[in-house]
Design a protein around this ligand. Sequence first.
Ligand SMILES: *Cc1c(COP(=O)(O)O)cnc(C)c1O
Length: 388
Amino acid sequence: MKEVDIDQIMKALKVVLSESKRYNLHEPLFQGNEISYVKECIDSTWVSSVGKFVDQFEEMLAEYTGVRKVVSVVNGTAALHISLILAGVTTDDEVLMPTLTFVATANAVNYCNAVPHFVDSCETTLGLDPIKLRSYLKDIVETRSGASFNKYSGRKIQAVLPMHTFGHPVDLDLLLEVCNEFNLVLVEDAAESLGSYYKGRHTGNHGVISALSFNGNKIITTGGGGAILTNDEVLGKKAKHLTTTARVAHKWSFVHDQVGYNYRLPNLNAALGCAQMEKLPELLSRKRLLAEKYFQVFKGISGVNFFREPEFAQSNYWLNVLLLEKGFESSRDLVLEATNRADIMTRPAWRLMHELDIYKNCPRMDDLSSSISIEQRLINIPSSSFLS
Ligand SMILES: *Cc1c(COP(=O)(O)O)cnc(C)c1O
């Protein structure tokens, strides 16, 4: 086993993080109209699920992402849940997803009484590997009346749920080819990738339906929040209906035509979101600048690489990534210890989904070697926009 030079890494970090204070992984920045919009919302008394900021926030998101219909909801997990329902995911279906993701991706599938099916990621994007997926599906899929079935479990495979890891887009063209070939619905977990583009087109604008998150640690925040994105008007209407308790529109009567969800984003949160959206272009340029600074200071340090966007992408660099070279795995925990001891918050990737007790019995590729290797070598470093 080779080791990186910890002093060299600490020195490089200190060039960018030069003050003596605590550096968290990702903090929000409120330097615009946040207080004024939130105050306006409170003064109006329309703080809950109806109000002008909800409509305005949804319009701003639609315009920014280029997606026709946006429905804001209470958080990104709820957005994923509804997206999967509308993608036709139902009891006992399987949904293909990377094992290298945040637990919400798998949980949302579980909420549909469906089964996550874990596949490998690739090192160029940190996201789902479409080439490996294609050859895997050739082995395990049996086609029955146009649909793909897992011939080992007997279950229908309904959808593919890629995640744009730390803001870096997966290769969506290749993935769409695989989806078309096997008749699978593409749902994007774009929770981390607001402001990230694949070949000039915003992430979340490639699948049938997608989910964003505005949790406190994401690139913009509404406190808690999320959004469903789709270009399909019918799905958009259904998303609104399903997230507003499936109430039939009427001036006074309360009639619900299916079991819906109370997933609406409150107006108060949307007010915060409107102010954050106004600042998104500035946040993005700050974050890209910070990534460039990190790239420069880590250049030439042996055993470690600063992860850069894939060549087809423009990334929001939501959480910056140091990737140790193969052979240097044992250095990961040494770097984590040294940095956190110095009040520079760093953390490893999530425990892989197929290794969690709750999901260890789910179907998966035998070969998850790239995800395992990435997990052993990855370190997230402080990424707040104001650090640039
Ligand atoms: C943040 C996140 C979510 C969920 O968002 P919440 O708003 O926290 O519910 C889902 N998937 C991924 C990959 C995320 O990073």
